[in-house]
Design a protein around this ligand. Structure first.
Ligand code: ADP
Length: 493
């Protein structure tokens, strides 16, 4: 049968299959997406003209009958070859597993040119047949994404400053020591204060997301005792949990949702401390947010072979199976009566995932709607020997850096500081500055490293605070003794 758009007088329909193969050939010749077909051992059977051009080959005959590995060379954004499982393309070709839109850079033959591509692989006969590889140039998409990210980043950065200022002024207005307001005004101001805090969080999260998406953030690894590190971070959320009458326990063998394996005495890891702070902060803030009063939160760290497994478990509202598949996506918020009343940006878990993956880990959640949730973070674990070695390397690196800085300082001595006149910036009504009751929230509550090898590199941005308005605000969650909120009245394990 001929379709209406097939002209019966066209020469291309005179094939035995009614013209199908001729049309397919015409399409393959015309599209600007590369198409390459190999057999299951990787020998090229076919490549279309766009593919020939993208690989910078002289002609199809250059490659047909040869192994695709000789011509199809890919690398990461930073020009490094992919290693092991990171090379999703080669894995897919070898294992005969389909692949969709793997982003990488195609290195052209003979010339110094690399093209950003998204490569997909379709496999025939359940992986035992030909591989059909399609690859398209995504330079324009990346450019557009970059411009968009740049816009979001600049806008968030610019808006964060006035929002912090509004938040600071509202704190002052709500502080009985700095302002007198009637009860009705107080209610409105409290709502405005909540909204400004939410905006502040949103801008900070947006900034972090754009930093991750365009690869501006890099992990700075330090060898640590993970049990001690995770406990120290988690314990700082005890007060917040206590304020909502939630029981918080670290290293609990009583956890209701987690298996009752006992805590291993030492689990070493190689992590970015700031990332870890953000990850635990986000999981714990969610656990507190989504658990009604009287519930429980358990945190634990287990050594599991060559992995370290952290869990944050709550007895809260839980997540339905439908939502569970999406919660790590950007801006995803489960829409139900339980979560609708709880503020949030839907960016927290996306950032958790990005940060965990940047530390070569994996994060996932298990939950039943109405019955609480457990978030797991699995990270590579160091043996005690590896830990000692990395610790020495790290300390040497720190010493070398300190020496370099001293040498720089000696080579370029700073002139004696000249007394600067105080700039005449417009200031709010000069009131005596007591500590505000509700200070602007710190998106990155930095705990002081306890027993850390050395100072941790700072990669997280410092939040902006309304100039001269409030004293340097304190982190929302204050470190406390964990036993202060253990409802059993006994110390935490
Ligand atoms: P949000 O700012 O909305 O909390 P997140 O990215 O941190 O954004 O979380 C995404 C969604 O996942 C939340 O809106 C909520 O529906 C769900 N969620 C996350 N943590 C929990 C939890 N501990 N219990 C129940 N639901 C949760």
């Amino acid at each position: 049968m001929n379709f209406p758009w097939q002209k019966t007088d066209s020469p291309v329909v005179k094939n035995s299959d009614g013209g199908r193969s001729a049309w397919s050939e015409m399409a393959l010749d015309a599209i600007n997406e590369g198409v390459m077909i190999t057999d299951m051992s990787g020998v090229i059977q076919f490549i279309n003209p766009a593919g020939v051009i993208m690989l910078n080959l002289a002609s199809v005959n250059d490659v047909v009958g040869l192994d695709y590995n000789l011509f199809f060379k890919i690398e990461s954004k930073d020009g490094q070859p992919f290693e092991g499982n990171d090379n999703k393309f080669v894995n897919s070709m070898v294992m005969g597993q389909p692949l969709e839109n793997f982003q990488c850079y195609l290195v052209a033959q003979k010339v110094d040119k690399r093209t950003p591509i998204a490569v997909s692989v379709a496999v025939m006969d359940g992986g035992r047949g030909n591989r059909i590889v399609t690859f398209r140039n995504i330079a324009k998409e990346l450019e557009e994404e970059g411009a968009q990210a740049e816009f979001i980043s600049t806008a968030s950065h610019e808006m964060r400053t006035p929002v912090a200022s509004i938040e600071g002024y509202l704190s002052l207005a709500l502080n009985p020591q700095t302002a007198t307001i009637d009860d009705r005004a107080k209610k409105y101001l409290e709502q405005a204060h909540e909204a400004s805090k939410h905006l502040g969080h949103l801008f900070q999260d947006l900034l972090d997301v754009t930093r991750f998406d365009d690869g501006r953030t890099k992990a700075h690894f330090v060898p640590v005792d993970l049990v001690e590190t995770v406990k120290r971070i988690s314990d700082t959320f005890a007060v917040q949990a206590g304020e909502k009458s939630l029981r918080y326990q670290f290293g609990s063998a009583n956890s209701e949702l987690v298996n009752a394996r006992s805590v291993q005495p030492i689990v070493y890891g190689y992590i970015d401390m700031n990332y870890m702070q953000e990850i635990m902060g986000n999981l714990l803030e969610n656990a507190i947010k989504y658990t009604p009063e009287g519930g429980s939160i358990y945190v634990n760290v287990l050594g599991d072979g060559d992995r370290a497994l952290i869990n944050v478990t709550d007895t809260g509202v839980g997540i339905s199976a439908d939502d569970l598949q999406h919660i790590f996506q950007k801006f995803y918020r489960a829409d139900n009566s339980q979560t609708r009343t709880v503020g949030g940006t839907g960016l927290g878990l996306y950032l958790v995932k990005k940060r965990v993956e940047a530390m070569n880990g994996r994060v996932w959640a298990e939950s039943s709607f109405g019955e609480g949730s457990t978030f797991y973070v699995s990270l590579p674990r160091l043996t005690p020997d590896e830990y000692s070695k990395r610790l020495i390397d790290f300390q040497n690196q720190q010493t070398a850096e300190a020496t370099r800085e001293q040498q720089m300082a000696a080579a370029h001595p700073q002139p004696a500081p000249i007394a600067q006149p105080v700039p005449a910036t417009p200031q709010p009504a000069p009131v005596a500055q007591p500590a505000p009751v509700a200070p602007a929230p710190q998106p990155t509550a930095q705990p002081q490293p306890v027993q850390q090898p050395v100072a941790v590199p700072q990669s997280a941005p410092q939040p902006t605070v309304a100039p001269q308005l409030v004293q340097q605000p304190q982190p929302i969650s204050q470190p406390v003794q964990t036993n202060s909120i253990n409802n059993n009245g006994g110390p935490n394990e």
